[in-house]
Design a protein. Structure first.
Length: 282
């Protein structure tokens, strides 16, 4: 890769950041579209986040993605937040304006819906109840995405009942909280099931959920992408449900940031998916 003196530069901040697949994703797009630019990892400790973000305009960096543990803290550092970021309470994308101002955006909700639309065409958020497992940052982004897509009923299930109840109360009457011991019953009549927890991730226990009451026409999504087929998705495949893995959300959430920094709306293709998959740790 050869950069000119006018190359556009963006990257990702996290601590640690070496596990991130975003440099592989954005690097592919930069090469695919022959863009004069670079996307690099920035390992930034928690107590240096404000300094690092405020340095972006002076360094001529177009913006960054944010990963753990910076998504929430950055909301209090940037100058403005987009509507999705305000509702979700976290940002994963920072865009440096022409005046040096930092805009915080959240593209996780966009990535979630785009992934569902790509993999399960014809699915409609308002056609049947949606069940979301979890009450953390990922679940919040998923719920906001579903509300914006027209969901008429969201059943939120979490191991800690109080967290689910608090999130449901914040998001409005469409969202209701079910007890953890009611999780199997919450699947009755559902059109979508989403695991928005780390359960099923490599090194974590699987999600303990009996799918017997889930309609066969329902779509099952897992935001976990390592492994690509979680125990939940494997069980859904065996009973004939359409499934959506977590990699699609990762790929699609990167598109708006890339467009803002490099001026090109990138496409999620089988080739880019295969390229990112090849970077998975064994």
């Amino acid at each position: 890769m050869t950069l000119s003196a006018t190359a556009r530069v963006a990257g990702i901040m996290g601590w640690p950041v070496g596990h991130s697949l975003s440099p592989r994703l954005h690097g592919y797009w930069l090469s695919e579209y022959a863009i004069d630019g670079a996307y690099v990892p920035f390992p930034v400790m928690v107590d240096r986040l404000a300094d690092a973000l405020r340095a972006l305009p002076a360094l001529g960096i177009a913006g960054v993605n944010l990963t753990v543990p910076h998504k929430v803290a950055a909301c209090g550092i940037v100058d403005t937040l987009d509507p999705a970021a305000k509702r979700i309470g976290a940002i994963n994308t920072v865009v440096v304006g022409s005046d040096g101002a930092l805009e915080g955006r959240n593209t996780d909700a966009y990535g979630f819906i785009a992934s569902i639309a790509e993999t399960a065409p014809g699915w409609m958020a308002g056609a049947a109840p949606c069940v979301v497992i979890g009450a953390g940052g990922a679940a919040r982004a998923v719920c906001v995405a579903l509300l914006d897509a027209g969901a008429a009923e969201i059943r939120l299930v979490n191991r800690t009942q109080a967290r689910a109840a608090d999130l449901a109360a914040e998001l409005g009457a469409v969202v209701t909280a079910a007890r953890w011991d009611e999780r199997a019953a919450a699947l009755d009549g559902a059109g979508l099931l989403v695991n928005a927890t780390s359960l099923g991730m490599r090194g974590q226990p699987p999600l303990d959920l009996d799918l017997a009451r889930l309609p066969q026409g329902a779509v099952v999504n897992d935001v976990v992408y390592a492994p690509l087929e979680t125990p939940l998705l494997a069980a859904a495949v065996r009973r004939g449900n359409r499934t959506v893995d977590g990699l699609g959300m990762l790929l699609h959430q990167g598109r708006p940031g890339f467009a803002a920094w490099f001026g090109r709306d990138p496409q999620v293709t089988p080739a880019v998916r295969a390229h990112v998959l090849a970077g998975f740790a064994p």
